[in-house]
Design a protein around this ligand. Structure first.
Ligand code: KG4
Ligand code: ZN
Length: 341
């Protein structure tokens, strides 16, 4: 029983995700169905996201089981994101998880989305090579996604202390809004990174929020600076200089993130840094963090940094599970960080 597999579900935003993970942290399958229908609106439309989760979720579970070479008979625990996120979207995952668990007599673990991003680091990077987790606590963790940006000290697998957080926009939001100003499709992060490859990061000076107390972040200023720079240049010139604008803008965000990480590592005396959240997929951020001297870096592969269900199953390995019928009253929550002190 104890070595049976964990089925994870994640539907907090626009990706319908299901995964199968072993108790030891090996990813057997990691299915991510991106809805791809929100581009036309320049962002995720909650009601549309919920409807698509409903259409996709059963197929995502079937696919995750098939790819893992497993059936529901092999599952010993169901894990699901409870929040934070879009409530209607979360409820599709929560209801599906309850149904699977109740039908099969399985326990259910409700997981905090941010705890999931941290727990991506507890998965094994290469199951064949010694079975090591990407990163074991204690470490400092940067979580940078579309909805959150924070630095936390991860003391053990289930306990985190927030060291600093964004006071306004999240880093991913800054990427998305900047991309929109440059006429790029949603989600903006990957598109802006691609455009920036042909640009000069030193072409424009964008302010990196300095002088903030402690380890907090602020990304509203850099976004406004880009807006003004695009207006100054005018539409045609801004289009010509789009790659330089993207590279300089990305550089400013990466600098802000990397400087705070460095500070957190110095303050805490920790020599280990892990990253998570969609922005952790950013190449220049990874390269910049890799230059920090004397620091052991844990970076999950990109598909474990952006929203996925393997990270939720991973967190469930260290969370309390509920038995039937206790979990039937479980509700989704939109905001807050239950797992983070
Ligand atoms: O963690 P995630 O998949 O979903 C949330 O929980 O928000 O993060 C999505 C965010 C989006 O803002 C997206 O633009 C950003 O992560 N992102 C990136 C990259 N890939 C995704 N930002 C910069 N560079 C990337 N390569
Ligand atoms: Zn996320």
């Amino acid at each position: 029983m104890a070595d049976r597999l964990i089925l994870g579900l994640e539907t907090s935003c626009d990706d319908t995700c299901a995964a199968v993970v072993t108790r030891a942290g090996d990813v057997r399958s990691n299915v991510i169905s991106s809805q791809g229908i929100h581009d036309a609106y320049g962002g995720v439309v909650p009601e549309i996201a919920s409807r698509h989760h409903l259409e996709l979720v059963n197929a995502a579970v079937d696919d995750a089981l098939r790819r893992a070479g497993a059936t529901l008979d092999d599952i010993g625990l169901v894990a699901v994101t409870q929040g934070p996120g879009l409530v209607g979207a979360l409820l599709v995952g929560v209801a599906t998880a309850k149904a699977v668990a109740a039908a099969r007599g399985l326990p259910l673990a409700a997981v905090d989305h941010l705890q999931g991003h941290v727990a991506a680091n507890f998965l094994r990077s290469d199951p064949g090579a010694g079975g090591e987790a990407i990163m074991e606590p204690p470490f400092v963790c940067l979580l940078a996604s579309g909805g959150h940006t924070l630095l936390a000290r991860v003391d053990d697998h289930a306990t985190f202390t927030v060291l600093g957080r964004t006071l306004d926009d999240a880093a991913g939001e800054a990427f998305d809004k900047g991309a929109r100003l440059l006429g790029l499709p949603f989600p903006g992060g990957p598109a802006l990174e691609r455009l920036a490859r042909d640009g000069d990061p030193a072409a424009f000076a964008f302010p990196v929020a300095r002088g903030l107390a402690g380890l907090d972040f602020s990304f509203a200023g850099v976004k406004t600076a880009l807006l003004y720079r695009v207006r100054e240049l005018g539409e045609a010139r801004a289009r010509e200089r789009a790659a330089d604008l993207a590279a300089s803008y990305q550089h400013a965000i990466v600098q802000a993130l990397a400087e705070r990480c460095e500070q957190a590592l110095t303050d805490s005396g920790a020599g280990r840094l892990a990253i998570g959240g969609g922005v952790a997929a950013n190449g220049p951020l990874r390269e910049r963090l890799a230059t920090l001297s004397g620091v052991t870096l844990g970076i999950p592969p990109s598909e474990l940094c952006t929203d996925n269900a393997a990270m939720i199953a991973s967190a469930a390995r260290f969370a309390d599970a509920q038995a039937f019928p206790d979990y039937l009253s479980l509700d989704a929550y939109a905001s807050g960080e239950r797992a983070l002190a």
